[in-house]
Design a protein around this ligand. Sequence first.
Ligand code: BG6
Length: 469
Amino acid sequence: MRYRFPENFLWGGAVAANQVEGANDVDGKGLSTSDLTPQGVFGPIVERTPGDTNVKDVAIDFYHRYPQDIALFAEMGFTVLRTSIAWTRIFPDGDEEAPNENGLAFYDRLFEEMTKYNIQPLVTLSHYEMPYGLVKKYGGWGNRYTIDCFERYARTVFQRFRHKVKYWLTFNEINMSLHEPFTGVGLQRDSSRQQIYQAIHHQLVASAKAVKACHDIIPDAKIGNMLLGGILYPLTCKPSDVMKCLEQNREWQFFGDVQARGAYPAYMPRFFKERDITLEITDEDRQALKETVDFVSFSYYMSGCASADETEMEKARGNILDIIPNPHLKSSEWGWQIDPEGLRYLLNVLYDRYQKPLFIVENGLGAKDKLEADGSINDDYRIKYLNDHLVQVAEALDDGVEVLGYTSWGPIDLVSASKAEMSKRYGFIYVDRDDTGNGTLERRRKKSFYWYASVIKSHGEQLQPAVKK
Ligand code: BG6
């Protein structure tokens, strides 16, 4: 069988400022929440003291090496590159009246470089970081005032980059706050569910205001939300497991429902009531939420299972996102369960639910790579993972799902988000740097580099049907 993706399908990769740029204290950048989690999103929150350093401070030095990296992406035939703007480069503390010109100038240069190669920037406004100033002074997203600061930031960058950037995303994996509130909404980890959902509400309002601002300032742009596509299957066909699965999927779908449909879904009042959560939602908030996204984007790495049986749930605590493993799937070296068909399923679920175009903005395999004596990296496992997922994207296109594009996660090795490791590599391009920060930062093409280039060039015709074992 031959797969053929639409001619205008956007092909590329996705990175995030705090995982690639480095240069954490240059050109007026302020401290972000990411700077305070040196061991990754789930690691300790550490106040910075002058002179201390961590692996993210340099990351892969994309801040200085981006021309070389973008040339390599262009060599693979990218037509889109997802990256984020570090909010703290533009508003170092978050609450300034005027933006930092040096920060804006950096992104001018970056987007111009992409334009040179006809690579569309797809820009996330906030990818797992926010100004620490807003956390320290106001309590992060727990405070309504953060909505105003975010809107000012969003309007500033829309205005400045309105001729250069036509695809935008508001918050990366907005549903992640349920698992990691400091990274998601700038709240302490012992915050109550009441506090977390109130902060999430503020962030949802801010997201809708950014969508409105984008529509006002760049009418020919498209702006989407971004969900961690954590699709769950019932562990068994027991009706109670099926119902539990529906409820657990709604916990993440809730975010998309608000952002794509413009109001709190009908199932949330009961959810809040049963948890003693009472949110402050004003009429103005409800009005703001009505501005919905143009497309829905998501990350997809794995699926999981849900069960009504408490002992199954208990066993799963401490797993990635506390999900129950699927006995029919294999896992990556990091315990993430590999499920290509889940991507087709998720695409269909989301398209049925929202009837808006979808964009797969993260997918990939984190693995340890071996640099051979001759300098090659033979990452056949990565090729297989990506091939098998892209085949399922082709199936979903055949199912009638509208998919705007695909940006694989980490087309160049970068610092992992969960544990701040360099050894968890996703790239088509190898970067010489280890977990402790040693290495020359030299870039090398892996075997997957040539494979991805051939897939893009052939509009997917090079993909191979997945071998079923
Ligand atoms: C997503 C994030 O959750 O997963 C990325 O949006 C992250 O920032 C990616 O890097 C992969 O996770 P990790 O922990 O392997 O880097």
